[in-house]
Design a protein around this ligand. Structure first.
Ligand code: B3K
Ligand code: ZN
Length: 882
């Protein structure tokens, strides 16, 4: 029997899946045996599943998911089914009357990984075959319920040509391996994973890979073999990832008491990958750009990111794999928690202060932007069409903030008691975010302590989309020394969610008096719409002490306290909370950049900022170069756009350029002194020297903008130097300037790295984001570049993502940038819906632009909407059109 099915990937509209409709799958599937025979043109997958009806389940049809499968045979308890016993559609297999007792279902399907460009399920990448099953890729391998609450024990036999696929990997432990009896050209390996896991954690890799091996002994004495599999020749670039893995394993033991539970841990680097990495049980698969790196080939920021992603995927072994999600509405259960854990890991290993600032800036520029736009959704969404569209910064980063707020509210000790209870109570289960919050709260109160806030009210954070705003009004009685604070919280409506209720908002605050010695940090729990606070006995000076708000960025909110510049300068100079100090500077920068962008520069404020920076830059000023660079960095574009009456990205870009020029000119002597001061440390190996390199890059950008030709040539020289961090800093510094050094720098970078795709992608991104009169033509020609691989999401994102960041060209007045982007998204959607639908979000802020610009984007969105789109991209486009 052969049933050829229509391709499901081109379906136009998908039904809406709703949380309220959740029902457990009516069967348990305790075990699955897969037999995967890799042939020269196709792969045959035999799947044998044990199915046991749930107690009390009504007799009903068995519905299994399957996409782009060619069913060869189907049998129950070894009896072939008749065609009338079942029905196959483009997306599922329905067996009308399955037995009401435990039975065995065996299906045999053919799949074609070479034709699979979606990069979900089993697909070819270069010469290897690899899988990506989260969220719903397993259904592209075999018929299965493919939902995270069905947990099974997997045994997998893989058979393939020995030469073409010498390495055959799957989850768990290799039970046996060897040549195939009767055919010396082929071999087989059988893997058994003793843990119960959902189908999305299944993985298989077959290819010609070389391994780098190490080991880790857990604190209870388990000897774990760590293997990193890479394409031949890439071995020298694996040390950083391997060291990061060992640091992660040690950290999870020390901080959470969680050990690794198998004898093997495999990681594979793959060039064609839709996202960063995937936490498949004991067989992590990584985008090769997040594995292959050393100081010459990766920047400091990339090295830190690799370390944190390696940790993130490893931490999933507990927060995600051993305790998984009941359904995809609970995605933040594993993602928010694992982001929180990887943030703490990076903070512990490096600088807690800088990590917090980095995360806050990232949240403001990505998640707040999402929360304010047409694709806003809660951390626990209640409906979706394509789950892949919900791997968002809201699920990940806002989800992590909710957990951080619990820690702030409960204190470290009680919070960690809650975490311990969570890992103990739900081990081996598919859980919900409600289960998580209940475990934290119960663990925190296990010694009879009162909780201190309303748990049900706290959970609204999971259900309500939108970024709350807290407004703070002050009334200062200078004769009695009494400061009255009136606080009010509100959350703006988001699409489909008009009604908003008060949330539990932890507010860490302190007073910073004029003498510069900050008072003690306090926690105020805002749980009503309005709250007042009276502070008595303060010194009776003319001005009240400065107010340091949301220290540590204690809640993912906006706040508006109408603080005068003088107060913010006091905080910038004296606040002892690194976040609050940085934030005071950011508020000032916002005012400065926004005034410039609206054509009315605020000379007074710019002058005061120049003075404040002179103090910080002087020899006796800020000593930490990373802190200094962070304080000098302008707020991100998305954050500034949100504050404009009519968002105008090109105007913001020009304002930033003009400010770099002015500040570079005015502060030139101090900036050059700082350059000289940090120069001896530039060659220190990461993580040492990174602050010095960061500051150097920033100063280069300011001085190069100010016309300093010596700095321009120093920057150019760095492009062929030993540090990728400095090379990229140099390219960024030169990029906005129409000067010969820029063209030389780009050419040299091209020539040096064109043979290394992982690095060369950053050249694509740089080229695509360089503002030039013929920018659009140049971007278009990059897509024809001989080294551009349209099947590699990294390359596509580099060019098209880089282009979206080329603010003058992408937002060209004639709409040509929008039009071009729409055409590219339509073309990309045909081959890779996940990458296309993500890219489509570049238009998400169009409703905030001027009406002229809106009309131009609308035309591009209409063009998208009229095209034949995947359900992923259609969902995003329709949300944007409203
Ligand atoms: N869990 C994966 C993401 C899967 C995305 C599926 N479209 C990586 C991570 O968050 O660790
Ligand atoms: Zn994750």
């Amino acid at each position: 029997m052969q049933t050829l099915l229509p391709m499901a990937s081109a379906s136009i509209t998908a039904p809406t899946i709703r949380l309220k409709d959740y029902k457990p799958f009516p069967w348990r599937i305790p075990s699955i045996a897969l037999d995967v025979v890799i042939g020269s043109d196709a792969v045959e997958v035999s799947c044998c599943m044990e199915l046991t009806p749930l107690l009390g389940a009504e007799p009903q049809a068995l519905v299994l998911q399957g996409v782009d499968l060619l069913l060869q045979s189907i049998a129950i308890d070894d009896n072939a089914l008749k065609p009338s016993d079942y029905n196959v559609t483009a997306e599922r297999l329905v067996i009308h009357q399955p037995p009401q007792v435990p039975f065995q279902l065996k299906t045999v399907c053919r799949i074609d990984p070479q034709a699979n460009t979606s990069l979900e399920g089993l697909y070819a990448s270069g010469g290897m075959l690899t899988t990506q099953c989260e969220a719903e890729g397993f259904r592209r391998i075999t018929y299965h319920p493919d939902r995270p609450d069905v947990l099974s024990r997997f045994t997998v036999r893989i058979e393939a040509d020995r030469e073409r696929y010498p390495v055959l990997l799957s989850n768990g432990n290799a039970l046996s391996a060897g040549p195939l009896a009767g055919d010396p050209t082929r071999h087989e390996v059988t893997w058994e994973d003793p843990s119960l896991k959902p189908s999305y954690l299944f993985a298989l890799v077959a290819g010609n890979l070389n391994e780098v091996c190490d080991r880790f002994v857990t604190r209870s004495g388990r000897n774990v073999t760590l293997r990193l599999h890479v394409e031949p020749g890439d071995e020298p670039f694996t040390a950083h990832a391997m060291e990061s893995l060992k640091r992660s394993m040690a950290w999870d033991e020390q901080v959470y008491g969680l050990e690794y539970d198998l004898d093997e841990f495999n990681t594979v680097a793959v060039r064609h990958f839709n996202m960063g990495a995937m936490e498949n049980k004991s067989l992590n698969i990584f985008n090769s750009k997040l594995v292959l790196a050393d100081a010459e080939t990766a920047s400091d920021a990339e090295l830190e990111r690799i370390e944190s992603v390696v940790a993130h995927e490893y931490f999933h072994n507990w927060s995600g794999n051993r305790i998984t999600c009941r359904d995809w509405f609970q995605l933040s259960l594993k993602e928010g928690l694992t982001v929180f854990r990887d943030q703490c890991f990076t903070a512990d290993l490096h600088s807690e202060a800088l990590k917090r600032i980095e995360d806050a800036a990232m949240l403001r520029n990505t998640q707040f932007r999402e929360d304010a736009g047409p694709t806003a959704h809660p951390v626990k969404p209640d409906a979706y069409q394509a789950i892949d569209n919900f791997y968002t910064t809201t699920i990940y980063e806002k989800g992590a903030e909710l957990i951080r707020m619990l820690r702030t509210l409960l204190g470290e000790t009680r919070f960690m008691r809650g975490m311990a209870l969570y890992f103990k109570r739900h081990d081996g289960e598919a859980a919900t975010t409600d289960d998580f919050v209940s475990a934290i709260v119960e663990g925190a109160c296990s010694q009879g302590e009162p909780l201190g806030f309303d748990c049900e009210q706290f959970k609204r954070w999971y259900d309500q989309a939108g970024t709350p705003t807290v407004t703070v009004k002050r009334d200062w009685d200078s004769t009695r020394g009494v400061l009255r604070l009136s606080l009010r919280q509100s959350t703006p409506p988001t699409p489909g969610q008009p009604k908003k209720l008060p949330l539990v908002i932890p507010l860490l605050w302190a007073l910073v008096p004029a003498n510069g010695v900050p008072g003690e940090e306090q926690l105020l729990v805002l749980d009503q719409e309005e709250h007042t606070l009276e502070l008595k006995g303060l010194p009776c000076s003319e001005q009240p002490p400065a107010l340091s708000l949301f220290r540590q960025f204690s809640a993912p909110v906006h706040w508006e306290a109408s603080q005068e510049s003088a107060e913010l300068f006091t905080l910038l100079a004296c606040d002892n909370d690194p976040f609050a100090r940085w934030d005071a500077g950011q508020q000032l920068w916002r005012r400065i950049v926004l005034a410039r962008a609206s054509g009315t520069p605020n000379a007074d404020l710019e002058g005061q900022m120049l003075e404040a920076l002179s103090v910080l830059l002087a020899a006796a000023g800020e000593q930490d170069p990373a802190v200094l660079a962070t304080l000098m960095a302008f707020p991100g574009g998305p954050e500034l756009e949100a504050l404009q009456q009519e968002a105008d990205p090109p105007a913001l870009y020009r304002a930033a350029c003009a400010l770099r020029e002015k500040f570079g000119q005015s502060l030139a002597p101090l900036l050059r002194e700082r350059l000289d001061l940090v120069a001896p440390d530039l060659a220190l190996a990461w993580p040492e020297g990174q602050g010095q390199r960061q500051l150097t890059g920033l100063i280069w950008a300011w001085l190069a903008a100010a016309g300093d030709s010596a700095v321009r040539s120093d920057a150019l020289a760095a492009v062929s130097g030993p540090s990728m961090t400095l090379a990229r800093a140099a390219l960024r510094a030169l990029q906005p300037l129409d000067c010969p050094e820029r063209e030389d720098a780009l050419r040299q970078f091209h020539d040096r790295w064109q043979e290394k795709p992982v690095i060369f992608d950053s050249w694509f991104a740089l080229e695509a984001s360089t503002p030039r009169a013929d920018g659009l033509q140049r971007v278009s020609s990059l897509l024809q570049h001989p080294r551009f691989d349209p099947m590699a999401p990294n390359a596509v994102r580099a060019v098209l993502g880089g282009f979206a960041g080329n603010l003058l060209v992408f937002h060209a007045e004639d709409g040509s940038g929008y039009q071009f982007m729409a055409e590219q998204i339509i073309a990309l959607d045909q081959r890779n819906a996940i990458t296309a639908s993500r890219l489509a979000k570049v238009f998400s802020r169009w409703g905030t632009y001027s009406s002229k610009r809106q009309a131009l984007v609308k035309a591009a969105l209409d063009q998208l909407s009229a095209a034949q789109l995947s359900s992923n991209t259609r969902e995003v486009v329709e949300m944007m059109l409203g």
